[in-house]
Design a protein around this ligand. Sequence first.
Ligand SMILES: Cc1ncc(COP(=O)(O)O)c(C=O)c1O
Length: 385
Amino acid sequence: MIDKKIRDLIKKEEERQEKLVHLIPSENFASEEVRMALGSCLTNKYAEGYPGRRYYQGNGFIDEIENLAIERGKKILGVEHLNVQPYSGSPANSAIQMALLEREDKICGLKLSAGGHLTHGHPKITFSGKFFENVQYDVEEDGRIDYKKLEEFVLKEKPKMIMVGTTAYPWILDFKKFGEIGDKVGAWVVADVSHIIGLIVGGVHPSPVDYVHVIMSTTHKSLRGPRGAFIGVTKKGLEKDPELSSKIDKAVFPGLQGGPHENNIAAMAVCFAEADTQNFRDYATQVVKNAKVLAEALKKNGLKVFGTENHLMVVDVGKGRGKEVAVRLEEEGIVCNANTVPHDKAGPFRPSGIRIGTPAMTTKGWKEKEFEDLAKRMAKIIKVN
Ligand SMILES: Cc1ncc(COP(=O)(O)O)c(C=O)c1O
């Protein structure tokens, strides 16, 4: 059967992706090779368990594929153990928390409004916020974490787990500081590097590998892989608990998930190999260069910008105007998302900013000149609106 309706819609989405300017910092364009693996026959196979320990027959090639993904991932990340089965970032964080926390233990994460993620203990509505006691740290007026204040907060609250990871934080994260602070209270320190993984692997953001116990990342953002995630266990993690790897594996399967998506895991293996090249390191360098140019050019054009030292920034577009500005920009072919600014006076439902980043358009070949021109266009639209 040819499903004409779905084909037409995919075609339209393809054209939208081709034509517009994509600035959502968590989006990117996966290579042909990654998409080939995703759309392959691997989607047909059940493989509950882990390589060499499957519940179904017929997993010889699947084992080779998953082992290759693990090997390649461990090489570029420098971790001791890698689980490549999490379906995506949220289930991966849930698995880590399920592995290492008991009900009512205290989890500490960056506030959502300050650029944290829902799965880092956001109260009431999320798994991490419902099943564990949560305490959240904030950023300062300038959007930066004050590590002295963070230390005081952690010493007072004594969380069992500290989540270090962000979705809208434009500054370099000091993983060493986080590690030292966590050690003072004996907490698990988990780096969720979903946003900056491409920059870490590309050598333009410090790696958390020496300072935290667990590293989680999605693979579909700055790493340019398939929608998925991995959980890595570091040497420091194994020193804290020699059983850590097996606790993580058991929480992923059978704790939270069933059969792994081996088409995804093959695509992950491809993206790990692609990331282990000079070409990718050049890409990551260009992402950061482009972001700096975009931020400076927006400032030069009269806008208040938070950032940047990484791939993204938050632009203050006026109290409560984030959503309308995002809609207006989309009408002009520029796609971004509304976002709170630090200590947003308008609250989370009518945010005052937009969040923009350079990973996707850098993949399309954009350099400094294109981003400088774009800043001028954007400033005009934002100010007139
Ligand atoms: C820092 C961070 N962690 C976790 C996630 C969740 O990933 P997913 O959407 O794949 O569940 C995201 C997604 O935006 C993220 O930015």
